[in-house]
Write a protein that binds this ligand. Structure first.
Ligand SMILES: NC(=O)c1ccc[n+]([C@@H]2O[C@H](COP(=O)([O-])OP(=O)(O)OC[C@H]3O[C@@H](n4cnc5c(N)ncnc54)[C@H](OP(=O)(O)O)[C@@H]3O)[C@@H](O)[C@H]2O)c1
Length: 317
């Protein structure tokens, strides 16, 4: 018999909201585990979803939250550290270990894990990518033999409520004068959030995905400068975009890393030193047809042209 109930950690986030909707549409009972029940109540509105509040670092809370479901999806991740409580090792590695232990304690033997393209424990260029790599490796090895793990390694993920195109649209509208862009030649293959959700949903009951690591990319790759120009064009923002050289890119990362909200950090700069493009096509392996940015992004970028600046600014924080 197949899996028909799943706990989703990080289900309240960008990917989590799309994935939960997809899983519900596939007939699965979803339990979204969140640290803040009140903030995310709306997730339950459509039915098929139960919200459970838990602090995954408090003894016993994670186990109680996932008890009784047949699978767990771990989407929790942070792009920037903030303070002693929110650091990469804790959120990626320690939490990843706790999820595996909680699965063992509750007898859950199916686990889908969200990693990132270029995650690499030994050679990742940034702490983000190193810790994502270590978390991915540990989830697979600590889970053996009883837990069947599948992990996913996406490039940057886009969709109507993403923090990539929307963030750049906000910055382009807010920054006065020409827009100074760090790491303009870094390459990405943006992958549609609906395709990422399909990859997870289609894998959950597929034996052939056990133990596998899937790279997830869109059909085309672009430089960062091309993507920011694309954002400006479709959001109706006339702006000169100036690619910074390496020295100025480092400097910008150091300065912006000290600003409120840390819009760009030195660790982000380091992550951009490797191209975020796939070396094999995980979506095709899973039978998912990759969606081009042209099919989606213009439709959510165009309305931003009408939005007041303060609303776009709110999306940046
Ligand atoms: N977005 C991308 O372009 C992209 C690309 C590659 C990989 N990824 C990976 O995909 C995953 C999801 O990304 P996303 O963009 O959906 O992120 P997101 O919108 O920031 O959501 C992440 C969720 O994780 C939970 N979370 C955050 N900090 C936590 C903490 N300290 N303890 C417990 N839970 C915490 C939050 O849930 P609550 O607040 O409800 O507890 C939040 O909703 C991450 O692992 C990320 O590294 C994303």
């Amino acid at each position: 018999m197949g899996i028909d109930s799943v706990s989703i950690l990080g289900g309240s986030g960008f990917v989590g909201r799309h994935l939960t909707a997809r899983l519900v549409a596939c007939g699965l009972e979803c339990r979204v585990v969140t640290r803040n029940l009140h903030r995310h109540r709306a997730i339950q509105a459509g039915g098929g979803v139960t919200l459970v509040e838990a602090d995954p670092f408090e003894p016993g809370q994670l186990e109680s939250a996932i008890q009784g479901t047949q699978a767990v999806i771990n989407l929790v991740g942070i792009l920037n550290e903030s303070g002693a409580k929110e650091h990469f090792k804790k959120i990626h590695i320690e939490l990843g270990n706790r999820v595996v232990d909680a699965c063992k304690d509750t007898g859950i033997d199916r686990l889908l894990h969200m990693s990132a393209l270029n995650a690499n424990e030994a050679n990742g260029p940034s702490v983000y990518l190193k810790t994502k790599g270590e978390a991915e490796n540990r989830t697979h090895t600590l889970g053996q033999p009883q837990i069947k793990v599948t992990s996913f390694r996406p490039s940057v993920i886009f969709g109507p409520d993403d923090s990539f195109f929307n963030r750049f649209a906000g910055l382009l509208k807010t920054v006065p004068g020409p827009f100074p862009l760090a790491c303009p030649d870094a390459r990405f293959s943006p992958v549609y959030v609906g395709d990422v959700a399909a990859a997870f949903a289609d894998s959950i009951n597929e034996r052939k995905t056990w133990g596998k690591h899937y790279q997830l990319c869109g059909p085309r790759s672009f430089s960062l400068k091309e993507l920011v120009e694309y954002t400006a064009r479709h959001a109706g923002i006339r702006k000169q975009i100036i690619g910074l050289n390496d020295t100025l890119s480092r400097l910008q990362a150091k300065v912006m890393g000290m600003m409120p909200g840390r819009p760009f950090t030195y660790d982000n700069y380091l992550s951009l030193q490797v191209d975020s493009v796939c070396t094999n096509d995980g979506l095709a392996e899973l039978g998912v047809i990759a969606t081009d940015i042209d099919a989606v992004a213009p439709y959510f970028l165009a309305p931003l042209a009408q939005r007041p600046r303060y609303q776009l600014l709110r999306r940046l924080t």
